[in-house]
Design a protein around this ligand. Structure first.
Ligand SMILES: [Zn+2]
Length: 279
């Protein structure tokens, strides 16, 4: 969790973003969460009534703050979508909680911010079609499952074949990578995937999950991308979205480098790059 605080502190210390441009997001409301999650799950998660087994699957102890944080994480991506439509780009300094399913959480994810935000944009009739580009090293299984029957939201995930989750869901487009895949192969396959996702989705807005965990020294990654390779990854995605006229929201997703500063370096570079795409 310290990664988030360190990232925020570095953004303020370097003056990348003025303090007044760093906003506290509103919590997602019940009705916003219920587009992606079941009423029973939202009610029990909010009231602290999930079973021990359900909490173990999430991986955090329950607390009112956990629920507050999870609601605001979804709220941030949702508001980020509105901001991106007006200004070209927005960044959620958390988010990317892609292992949360309709009726349960998992893998440090309580509510699925990308699904909540994308479904809100459709419900608010702000866009007709969206794309979710998930470059976290772990498959966006919850996102794929929640949005399986949503033809207006195209899900693309590029991830480690042998990594968590061991049972994969079917996204609209999945690219599976072997352990120790490095920069060149990754970028080549990503370029193909992003081009296809953009072409097939006809998206008017994108949500990007820029996990730092494909990094070579990540404890949970199993891939071998360098910091430079990860920067090129972000650049490739941003450039292609931008040149296709698609505004985008950037979310952080995972990052578990042996040295926490490495995860922060990778995500700071991504945020810095994203700020250049303000229209
Ligand atoms: Zn991950």
């Amino acid at each position: 969790m310290a990664k988030y605080r360190l990232l925020r502190e570095r953004i303020l210390a370097t003056g990348l973003v003025a303090r007044t441009d760093l906003l506290v997001p509103p919590p997602a409301s019940d009705s916003e969460l219920l587009r992606a999650h079941s009423p029973d799950y939202v009610a029990r998660a909010s009231a602290g009534e999930l079973t021990e087994r359900e909490m173990r699957q999430i991986g955090f102890p329950w607390s009112p703050l956990l629920i507050e944080r999870s609601r605001r994480t979804s709220g941030a991506t949702l508001v980020g979508c509105r901001v991106a439509l007006a200004e070209g780009v927005a960044v959620n300094l958390a988010g990317g909680t892609h292992h949360a399913f309709r009726d349960h959480g998992a893998g440090f994810c309580v509510f699925n911010d990308a699904a909540v935000a994308a479904l809100a944009m459709l419900a608010e009739q702000r866009v007709r079609r969206m794309v979710i580009i998930d470059c976290d090293v772990h498959q966006g299984n919850g996102t794929a499952a929640i949005l399986r029957d949503q033809p207006a939201i195209f899900t693309f995930s590029i991830h480690g074949a042998k990594n968590y989750p061991f049972h994969k869901e079917q996204s609209d487009l999945d690219i599976e990578l072997a352990d120790q895949t490095g920069d060149d192969e990754y970028l080549e396959r990503l370029a193909w995937g992003v081009d296809h996702a953009i072409e097939l989705s006809h998206a008017e807005l994108a949500i990007y999950l820029g996990g730092a965990d494909p990094y070579l020294d990540d404890r949970l990654g199993r891939l071998a991308l360098t910091k430079q390779g990860l920067y090129q990854r972000d650049q490739l995605v941003f450039e292609r979205l931008y040149s296709s006229g698609i505004p985008f929201v950037v979310t952080m997703a995972g990052g578990y480098a042996r040295k926490i500063e490495d995860s922060v370096d990778i995500q700071f570079a991504m945020v810095e790059l994203a700020t250049k795409y303000t229209t």
